[in-house]
Design a protein around this ligand. Structure first.
Ligand SMILES: [Zn+2]
Length: 121
């Protein structure tokens, strides 16, 4: 059994345990009740811990953990519009310039932001 992660938030540990369970990785939690007993900000060694039962799955578990903990902005890469070659930020699913989606399909009935801005003037 290997220690995977620790967090001062027991809810986060419980959440990650559930996430890993959906990937078929069995985990156990430790020190989940110490934090309430501490009364103040506890030292790291008192933080709730998440342990992977199966050592062989540690690498996979770390990978899943990294993805589920990463902020969305760093997960979503920017993309190039296939229609007009405009570079689009990862959080947008459509091109602001021409209104196409990532696959280059023009969304029907949607007026692109750039054209909307022009109409306002
Ligand atoms: Zn475009």
């Amino acid at each position: 059994m290997k220690r995977l992660h620790c967090s001062m938030d027991p809810l986060m540990i419980g959440h990650l345990k559930n996430v890993l369970a959906t990937f078929g990785i069995k985990c156990v939690t430790k020190k989940m009740d110490l934090i309430s007993a501490a009364g103040q900000l506890p030292p790291t060694e008192c933080w709730p811990e998440l342990w992977v039962v199966d050592d062989d799955k540690l690498a996979k578990a770390k990978d899943i953990l990294r993805k589920s903990l990463a902020p969305l902005s760093s997960v979503k890469k920017s993309w190039l519009c296939q229609n007009c070659d405009e570079k689009i930020e990862g959080q947008f699913s459509e091109c602001w310039n021409c209104g196409c989606d990532r696959a280059g399909n023009q969304a029907r009935g949607v007026v692109p932001l750039a054209r909307r801005a022009r109409l306002r003037r």
